[in-house]
Write a protein that binds this ligand. Structure first.
Ligand SMILES: *Cc1c(COP(=O)(O)O)cnc(C)c1O
Length: 401
């Protein structure tokens, strides 16, 4: 948070690549070149008067790492700079970011309109836990603007979505949905986990707040859990208030790992996207593949929109093999390089069968509506040589015809 005077004036107008490496770093008197990790739970005051001033908030400065830590602050300032936001608040995980946003901004009796195609746990958070406290939720189809508009009630406070969607790569029109939200005095919150600010900046398209699971591409190497909420200072102060009181704070070690991850974010996102596009085109021509879902393909319904609001199409694609569950499992089990795990946003490619894992809790009818068929496979393309990934998928695909 911008509690200190702006020491980053020299970065005003700097481009994303520069911000990813430089934003947020405040050098100590030691003159260190890299960002230090402040492994401390609390901070010492010069005098009783200073302690009193810090506690009352009269004087800015650190009190306790549940609410401020210099390494965490560097991460917050850097992610805020990358998203073009006034401020950011770091959290212990992506789910903690979503929970903290809701706890800070919603009250009993409020209503959320949420895309049907969001991270499954997000729907459980809204539908099971927030509902216990009197928050109502309605789910709508991500790409159906009329459905969003029609679902809004007088008590609607938040519209929540992810774009591209997981696993079918549907694309939401962020600008149009921001206009709908604002016409009804609601806020548009975008989970930007799949694109990261390297490929898409929702705030520039009118969204009010961005959510991150830093666990995915911001880290980029599958090491740490973390999250962030990014937006206006006014909203971030509310979110920080919740974190300060309730404690889902980011650890300074994790913040440092994410800072290192951010330095290579654009290079990685471009490499993930280039490999995913090549793999999608290869799968699209494969005789044993029925259909490929990737917004980078010209015949994907969201292709033109994705081209307008993203700078590349991201690293996640999915495809239907010819056959059913047995054939899909055969392709997955034959892979030796690509890891069988539900995680994504890693240098290591991953493969998963959505119908029996990430989307396993949906009823058969819900799966049908969501397009989660038994022959669907999701691949989150990592940084290995794409030729080797093709060979790895071919091990199983060659057998299913
Ligand atoms: C993983 C994920 C989350 C949750 O993040 P955690 O860090 O695992 O808590 C939220 N949204 C999306 C899109 C995700 O992929």
């Amino acid at each position: 948070m911008a509690e200190h005077n702006d020491p980053f004036e020299f970065l005003h107008g700097a481009e994303l690549d520069t911000l990813a490496v430089r934003a947020g770093q405040v050098r100590t008197e030691e003159g260190e070149h890299g960002e230090p990790i402040f492994v401390t739970s609390s901070y010492v005051f010069d005098s009783a008067a200073q302690a009193a001033a810090r506690f009352s908030g009269e004087q800015p400065g650190n009190v306790y790492s549940r609410y401020t830590n210099p390494t965490v602050r560097t991460f917050q300032d850097r992610i805020a700079a990358l998203e073009g936001a006034e401020a950011a608040v770091a959290t212990a995980s992506g789910m903690a970011a979503i929970l903290s946003t809701c706890m800070a901004l919603l009250s009993s009796g409020d209503h959320i309109v949420c895309s049907r195609s969001v991270f499954g746990t997000t729907t459980v958070l809204f539908g099971k836990y927030l509902q216990k406290f009197g928050v109502q939720i309605d789910l709508v189809n991500l790409t159906d603007l009329d459905a969003w508009e029609n679902a809004i009630k007088p008590n609607t406070r938040l519209l929540f979505l992810e774009t591209p969607s997981n696993p079918l790569s549907d694309i939401a029109d962020i600008r149009a949905l921001a206009a709908i939200a604002h016409a009804h005095d609601a806020l548009l919150v975008v989970d930007n986990c799949f694109c990261t600010p390297a490929l898409q900046r929702p705030l520039e398209l009118g969204a009010d707040m961005v959510i991150h699971s830093a666990t995915k591409y911001l880290d980029g190497q599958g090491r740490c859990l973390g999250g962030a909420v990014v937006g206006k200072a006014e909203h971030m102060n509310e979110v920080l208030g919740f974190i300060r009181t309730c404690g889902p704070s980011m650890s300074p070690f994790n913040a440092w790992v994410f800072l290192k991850g951010l330095e290579t974010l654009r290079l990685r996102m471009e490499a993930h996207s280039a490999s995913a596009l090549e793999l999608a085109r290869w799968l699209d021509k494969h005789p044993n593949v029925e259909r490929v879902f990737y917004a980078g393909l010209e015949d994907h319904p969201g292709h033109e929109l994705a081209k307008r609001q993203q700078t590349a199409f991201g690293g996640v694609l999915s495809f239907c093999v010819k056959g059913g569950r047995e054939e899909a499992w055969r392709v997955i089990d034959a892979a030796r390089i690509i890891s069988l795990t539900a995680n994504l946003g890693d240098a290591k490619s991953t493969i998963v069968h959505p119908a029996t894992t990430t989307h396993g809790r949906l009823s058969p009818e819900e799966k049908l509506n969501a397009g989660i068929t038994d022959n669907l496979i999701r691949v989150a393309v990592g940084l290995e040589a794409v030729g080797d990934l093709k060979k790895d998928l071919e091990r199983g695909l060659g057998q299913v015809g």
